[in-house]
Design a protein around this ligand. Sequence first.
Ligand SMILES: Cc1cc2nc3c(=O)[nH]c(=O)nc-3n(C[C@H](O)[C@H](O)[C@H](O)COP(=O)(O)OP(=O)(O)OC[C@H]3O[C@@H](n4cnc5c(N)ncnc54)[C@H](O)[C@@H]3O)c2cc1C
Length: 282
Amino acid sequence: MAQPRVAILGAGPTAAYVYRACLDKGIHPQVFGKEMVHGPHGAFWLYWLPQSVSTSRADMETILITKTGTVEEYRRKIWGEVEGVNCSFPTQDNAQMSGYDPDIWIPKLWGKEIAFDQREFVSDKEIYSFAEDWDIVFQTFPTFESRLYMNRIPIEICTYMFDMEMSSDNMIEYNGDPDFRIYRSSNLFGVFSTESAINGEGRKTFFPPSVGHLYSICKTIAYKIDPRQYQGPDIPAEMPDNLAMVGRHATWTAHRMAHRAYSLVRRYLAVWEMGVGGKDGC
Ligand SMILES: Cc1cc2nc3c(=O)[nH]c(=O)nc-3n(C[C@H](O)[C@H](O)[C@H](O)COP(=O)(O)OP(=O)(O)OC[C@H]3O[C@@H](n4cnc5c(N)ncnc54)[C@H](O)[C@@H]3O)c2cc1C
């Protein structure tokens, strides 16, 4: 059976998993996006890798998760007064997780021969032309129409650069103490970062653990989606059958981690092979 011609829109972590899922089926997609990104700064890591990329448990790193304060305060610091929102605040005082360093493993998901076509900006209208030109299109960012419904809470991520490597022990602290504006700090894969809601409360400043000389602080802005404000659909009702929305931001009501894209794309390709197609969000 002839392989489908596949286009991937966007080049973030989800796109890397989409690309790998296609590659593992012998399909070589064309990627269209602004730039290839390894994911946000802060407490971001990869939860899972397909066998074609790693089969060794030794590639996984241990991450210690700790908490102070309460989940209610943690939520309030990010979203304000809100109850029952699912969040990653741990239930135990000390927990361990395993994961992969995105800076190492996202390039491996892409592999060596990626066909990347830089597009600064793909409009909603252009997406429909992609769907006409390609057998299957996976879109990994939200449409502009759906962004109108999304209420986003800006967060500030500070990454501290020292002239010495941080310790190799990976740790994340969830902070539900109302006095601190920081809601999460992490020392992951040698980089120390803090995250705080820009409009969040809490007075105390935060001092990172001192290892050598602090020579720069890099600040970036990211967004959390306000879960109380689902005013409209993330996936437009009228979409071509061969266009699938996939990923954390493209299907923002589903709250899926980036790695989930792999199995969803494999399922989509299997359905496509059976000649059925499908337009529900992956
Ligand atoms: C601090 C923090 C920690 C997180 N931790 C985790 C974690 O541990 N695990 C996890 O799975 N998720 C985590 N998340 C969520 C995380 O942001 C996403 O999982 C991940 O970035 C999603 O990747 P994505 O490819 O879906 O979207 P994005 O990272 O937003 O990538 C989308 C890509 O599309 C491009 N693009 C967007 N619009 C257009 C356009 N119109 N035209 C062309 N290109 C466009 C962008 O430039 C980008 O390259 C975290 C988020 C934050 C802020």
